[in-house]
Design a binder for this molecule. Structure first.
Ligand SMILES: *Cc1c(COP(=O)(O)O)cnc(C)c1O
Length: 434
């Protein structure tokens, strides 16, 4: 009989450091990782008993907080009938009901759904859909993509090829990545009109390259991991018109922005536009399960399905996992049944008010908020190792990257917890002057 050896926390963390990769990490590095015991509501409880107020929603995902009774119940209920079944030749209620629900809340022209396991894969699927659509129409040259600098679309090779060349580390993978076209990110801020000068880089590229372009891919209104930039909805409107005029598809990557984060249910709603293809992920399941979806129009779905080879060429093993679909169904319904828009507006006001003191610091370049996203942009990258501990010591979970310290809390956060988050940011940023 094997013995259960009680092991020290130190040994356990050493094993993590020696053997387990974390996102964008090095094996053996001395950057701190914290052992999480459990999470509930907006609290993350560490193994040493400390509780942290969650300022990250686990990277846009946990919009309802952790350990939510409604989501738990949906997951447990689904588990009783089946955890998983292959999607080739078989179907099930959670997938079909989720598809119908997603189509009912997204822009009208979107009529077909492809489920996959992660945001990056949903972007690969979107890119393949665009290429296959043009192939089916006999336009075999339309295989490239145009995108915005400072964009982020995922870590797989196709998705990486449309990430910002610098933050996406194109130099490292230059021999492998398809060469896409990049234009400067919009200069017009959110709430501002988009001038002819603002749209000119996109107009120029479409004019010159439409014959070889399958699609424009962008994050609508909010560019997330590539810089946390908010830009004019008017730019999006004009981009939509230009794509139409030049016969180039528009792919909206709403993986970060979807499900209320920016103050509208989808960021495209700020501009009142419908993309040809839309990617959803992250908060789709309320952060419970890994699930993503690529939505497209009836015209594109039909063209692909009727052109050679007569099918769309993609089919993940775990496609439309029933546990994930059932949880997503419950999460989206929970969101729609809640006063989410009012709450997100209140969070925006709280973030704006709470982070404002940072604007007075000499090393702070900008302070901004949109929906449930608050950003403090510094002149220079933070010392992650030091700053991460300072946040934990102040009882909050905030994970900056580069020059950006930002908050994107669960929508259920209360005013006092939100104020505690912003106070911690002000205090840590104030101390980081050096
Ligand atoms: C996170 C993200 C992705 C990638 O999603 P993964 O689930 O991490 O693969 C793609 N696009 C955007 C806008 C994202 O924020």
């Amino acid at each position: 009989m094997s013995k259960i050896i009680p092991e020290s926390e130190d040994r356990w963390l050493a094993a993590d450091r020696a053997h387990v990769w974390h996102p964008y990490s090095a094996i053996g590095a001395d950057t701190p990782v914290f052992h999480v015991q459990s999470a509930s509501g907006v609290r993350i409880r560490l193994a040493d008993g400390r509780e942290l107020i969650d300022g990250m929603a686990s990277w846009w995902c946990a919009i309802h907080g952790y350990n939510h009774p409604v989501l738990n119940a949906a997951l447990e209920q689904q588990l009783k009938s089946m955890a998983h079944v292959m999607f080739g030749g078989l179907t099930h209620r959670p997938a079909v009901e989720l598809a119908e629900l997603l189509l009912s809340v997204t822009p009208e022209p979107l009529q077909a759904v492809f489920f996959s396991d992660s945001g990056s894969v949903s972007v690969e699927v979107a890119m393949k859909m665009a290429i296959q659509y043009w192939q089916a129409r006999g336009s075999n040259d339309k295989v490239r993509f145009v995108t915005l600098r400072h964009g982020y679309h995922g870590d797989t090779l196709g998705a990486m090829s449309v990430c910002d060349p610098v933050t996406g580390m194109h130099a490292l993978f230059s021999g492998v990545l398809p060469q896409q076209l990049f234009i400067d990110a919009p200069g017009c801020a959110f709430g501002e009109p988009c001038t002819d000068a603002d749209i000119e880089p996109l107009a120029g590229v479409l004019q010159a390259h439409a014959h070889e372009l399958a699609a424009l891919i962008l994050e609508p209104v909010v560019q997330g991991a590539g810089g946390m930039r908010f830009y004019s909805a008017d730019y999006l409107r004009r981009a939509r018109e230009l794509c139409e005029r030049h016969d180039v598809l528009l792919i909206a990557d709403e993986i970060a922005t979807g499900f209320g984060r920016t103050g509208e249910l989808f960021a495209c709603d700020h501009a009142g536009i419908a993309p040809d293809i839309m990617c959803l992920g992250k908060s789709l399941t309320g952060g419970y399960m890994t699930l993503a979806a690529t939505l497209t129009t009836a015209a594109i779905a039909d063209t692909i399905s009727q052109g050679a080879p007569g099918v769309f060429m993609h089919g993940p093993t775990f496609m439309a996992n029933p546990l994930a679909c059932a949880t997503a169904l419950a999460s989206v319904q929970l969101l729609l049944d809640s006063p989410w828009q009012q709450r997100v507006q209140e969070i925006e006001a709280g973030l704006r008010r709470g982070l404002q003191p940072c604007a007075a610091f000499g090393h702070v370049r900008d302070v901004r908020a949109l929906g449930a996203i608050g950003v403090v942009e510094l002149d220079a990258p933070v010392d992650m190792k030091a700053v991460q501990r300072q946040f934990v010591d102040r009882g909050v979970w905030v994970r900056p990257f580069g020059r950006l310290v930002y908050l994107m809390p669960p929508f259920i956060i209360g005013d006092a917890d939100l104020a505690a988050l912003t106070q911690a940011v002000v205090s840590v940023v104030s101390d980081s002057t050096g």
